[in-house]
Unconditional design. Sequence first.
Length: 371
Amino acid sequence: MTDSRLIKIPGFCDVHVHFREPGFSYKETIKSGSCAAAHGGYTAVCTMPNLKPVSDSVEHVGEQQDIIDRDACIAVYPYAAITMEQKGEELTDMSALADKCIAFSDDGHGVQSEEMMRTAMLEAKRLGKIITAHCEDNSLLRGGYIHDGVYAADYGHRGICSESEWGQIARDLRLAEETGCAYHVCHISTKESVEIIRQAKARGVDVTCETAPHYLLLDESMLEEDGKWKMNPPLRDASDRQALIDGINDGTIDCIATDHAPHSADEKSRGLEKSAFGIVGIEIAFPIMYTYLVKPGIISMEKLLDCLVYNTRRRFNIPMGDEYSLWDLDAEWTIEPENFISMGHATPFDGWKVCGINHSTVINGEEVYKL
């Protein structure tokens, strides 16, 4: 008998995760990552291609797919790279890869060459596939590792300017309009990105985008001298955070993806400057957003579920069977990363008090997570 306190919520779908296998299984594995996702109420995820080997050929994607088939407890859809080894110099054989991947991305790297991105978009258009872009202009990075704002200036850190993100988004949207390619923007973090995408949608460009829970709930004023606050793109300022919330509410931002990016404890213990980029979040994404966005009335539950379930599946044509999780939304608890299923523990939400405990995740009658 189901506990009457439990609320049935459709299975979440995350189109941007890093499960690190093959190549970096000391950070995460398909098994640990998919079990962590199930704990968070996710029943489908899309894994980024920055692996070893990079998912840039049928053989290399096949290596990951073999592990998925063996170890994943939920649906896991691999991306394939846009360029060989994600170096931006040579296009992958997108035609051969098209039926092996959910979409194409060089995530972790912006495609620097406009001509290369145009060629990729034309091929993706021909194949009916999506280009999913990590937008970052390397010429504007200047060795930065947090937002180029007040905190960086006050504490002597090198900053990453907002234009390094929105400038490349603007370029790509011009190319998407020219080519007719279906285009999806990863982890947007700036107010300019929101406005540029809003205007492109109004013009009829075939574009969708995602942001992440940390950009909706945190900003640079909250930074600490700890690697758990380092991610790419970085936390921006309060006006950027508000613009992202507005973008969720007006439909400019379609998806919320965690960019779940586990690293070893050592890799995240080196401070803001020297720690690896990336945090984990797939086990806590729903509780933190329910607690700090839905309960205060900042966004609606309906809008949150659109961004976590329906828009993601619709855009990437990800099927949904009888998939759900059972939540006690009144249960209060404190985030303690040492209790995560994920092998990664670095999160700026460490110690936050949240509402919502998942008791069970079910896919087509099979319980893939149980409290």
